[in-house]
Design a protein around this ligand. Sequence first.
Ligand code: AOF
Ligand code: ZN
Length: 334
Amino acid sequence: MRRALELATSPDAPLGPNPRVGAVLLSPDGEAVGEGYHHGAGTPHAEVEALRAAGSRARGATAVVTLEPCNHTGRTGPCSAALLEAGVARVVHAQSDPSPAASGGADHLRAHGVDVVGGVLADEAEALNPYWTHQAVHGRPFVTWKAATTLDGRVAAADGTSRWITGAEARADVHALRASVGAVVVGTGTVLEDDPHLAVRRDAEVLSYDQQPLRVVVGARDIPEGARVLDTSAPTLHLRERDPAHVLGVLQAREIRHVMLEGGPRLVAAFVRAGLVDAVRWYIAPALLGSGPAALGDAGMSTITDALRLQVAGVSLVGGDVRIDARVLRAEEG
Ligand code: AOF
Ligand code: ZN
């Protein structure tokens, strides 16, 4: 299984709509007769790659896979059927497939006489695909809210100026996060006030159009002609509404697994009210303003017991700024 996990994280295994998955086929005497990993949506699944590599030596073999073999026809056919057809005798998998459409592979294989063991190093396998797993379990993308504030919690000065609160290193760090998500979401107010670009630009490395996250502007107001968010460097979607659940539904339908929310305070408040913020990435600049807007608008909390509680997962210095990563605590997670 360690080898299968390693295969799943091969450098060219892309972070797209599909999970990263690795597979190893072992002969009855324990020799590896085939290996494979998933190269991204539309390409063969890890098991199918390993079966191809093993050829006739797959008969009687044990398939070790980081994810329960799928039982559905999506872009490709069901791995459960491919494993049966190849005569695999035993399947050992890590994570069970949480997606309603593809799950059931283990039961199907058992029903056809294959010995199946699940849950081996499951936590490590799940950690390879946290956002994919989240959307499969909850039916919506994972939402990370990114904010940059002064020490006294301001996102802009009283006159509205906000460029730049944090330093260049923190801004480059934000670009790295943007490059890893499927969509970046802001409200129309932010577009009107700040004219953000929202595409990924790093000094040496620029993502091509189809690698860029989708830029999503939420709200009824028009986006002014000539706004930077409408340029041709990345795709842009304008949703003329503010219902966070519906916004995430649209993005889920586009197979976006991780959404970065970049403000403004009113839109974020709507997401917080709806319980649709999962984590925060917070940059604190060692500066004080004393007046000016806060990162979060009125999210319906009027007393201290209403506070949204988070658990800090990491704190670091990025240039001269402090970065805090934290997860929102939910009742069901204790
Ligand atoms: C993968 N790679 O190696 C395995 C997956 O649209 P499809 O046909 O690519 O199916 C994607 C689903 O298949 C995926 O969400 C997961 O539930 C299941 N198993 N997926 O991308 C793999 N074994
Ligand atoms: Zn499959």
